[in-house]
Ligand binder design. Structure first.
Ligand code: 1BN
Ligand code: ZN
Length: 322
């Protein structure tokens, strides 16, 4: 995918072809003469149907998040990202909760914030859809995490739009985690700050039993999307995800390589909540783009966002049917 400009150009051409119906393609040289005749014609644009995941809209969110600059915890960039996420969730009339906490990190106490948007279904039992929105702290380079942190957050915002439009049997919680990344070096205590705090709160407030399942997304914008068969995820839930992908004709986006991934789903699994990670942990050739300043917007594909989003929606339908 050559990026957004190409995406819009393709849609413009599609729109012109749709307006022309059976007419042969108009050579580009002449199109200024035809333009007045098109005005007022119902040209089909890329405007999405409201209950279908739009890769294009998810991508626009990623673009916005990247424009805020690096988003390590406590930074000005993450402050702008928080304001943006809150604005979108409120515009969807979701119940919004902010979890502010002071994390103890190797760099000292650091302010962090989880953001939760709740869509109430017929039942209080809930499915959590989640993403981390922070980026890796890089002191000597600009790291904007277009794919790592950006792609899944953009998709989660788009899923909030799509899924808040339909009345669901189960409640849906859209959870945006801060502090997924290690502040110095991955360890049991450095990393997953937001998800560990979130699960501790669920426990202390007696709400663990309310959560039917947790679906995490991470790094799903890669142009060459291959979703891992993560062995850390709850096995039956991973099978539901993989069947949902195949049912949609998306089998080619599933990796057959089995890996054990450490990510924000782990605190949920440890607390006994079924959880799954949709992650493509092989970013660029031989993972050469992962945690590098080259994790930029041009590496993110709207089509991959759409695929991951469709799989999540189908998985929720499956979980709700049972
Ligand atoms: C995912 C994206 N992760 C960090 N950024 C979690 C992770 C950490 C995955 C270490 C594999 C290894
Ligand atoms: Zn990362």
């Amino acid at each position: 995918m050559a990026g957004k400009a190409q995406f819009y150009r393709d849609n413009l051409v599609k729109g012109l072809k749709a307006a022309l119906g059976g007419f042969p393609f108009v050579p580009l040289l002449f199109w200024p003469f035809f333009l007045p005749a098109f005005q007022g014609l119902p040209v089909r644009t890329s405007k999405p149907s409201s209950t279908v995941v739009s890769g294009n809209l998810a991508f626009a969110h990623v673009e916005k998040l990247v424009s805020f600059g690096p988003r390590p915890p406590g930074s000005p960039g993450i402050g702008r990202a928080q304001a943006y996420i809150l604005e979108i969730l409120r515009s969807l009339s979701l119940e919004v909760e902010q979890q502010d906490f002071l994390a103890s990190t190797p760099n000292g106490p650091t302010s962090m914030k989880n953001i939760v948007g709740k869509s109430h279904g017929q039942q209080s039992q809930a499915i959590i859809l989640a993403s981390h929105y922070d980026t890796l702290l890089m002191k000597n380079a600009v790291f904007v995490g277009a794919n790592d942190g950006g792609s899944s957050t953009g998709l989660l915002l788009e899923l909030s739009r799509v899924l808040s439009k339909t009345k669901n049997k189960l409640s849906l919680w859209f959870v945006f985690f801060d502090g997924e990344e290690a502040q110095r070096q991955w360890s049991e205590t450095d990393g997953l700050y937001g998800s560990r705090y979130f699960v501790d709160r669920l426990k202390s407030e007696g709400h663990l039993g309310q959560i039917k399942a947790m679906i995490l997304m991470d790094m799903i914008g890669d142009i060459d999307l291959k979703i891992e068969n993560d062995l850390s995820s709850t096995s039956w839930l991973m099978q539901v995800v993989r069947k949902s992908a195949r049912d949609f004709g998306y089998g080619r986006y599933l990796s057959s390589v089995e890996k054990g991934i450490v990510d924000d789903h782990i605190p949920f699994i440890r607390a006994g909540i079924p959880a799954v990670d949709l992650i493509d942990y092989d970013f660029g050739f031989n993972n050469s783009l992962w945690h590098t300043p080259n994790d930029t917007l041009d590496k993110v594909s709207p089509q991959s966002l759409k695929v991951a989003g469709d799989i999540v929606v189908r998985t929720i339908e499956s979980l709700t049917a049972n």
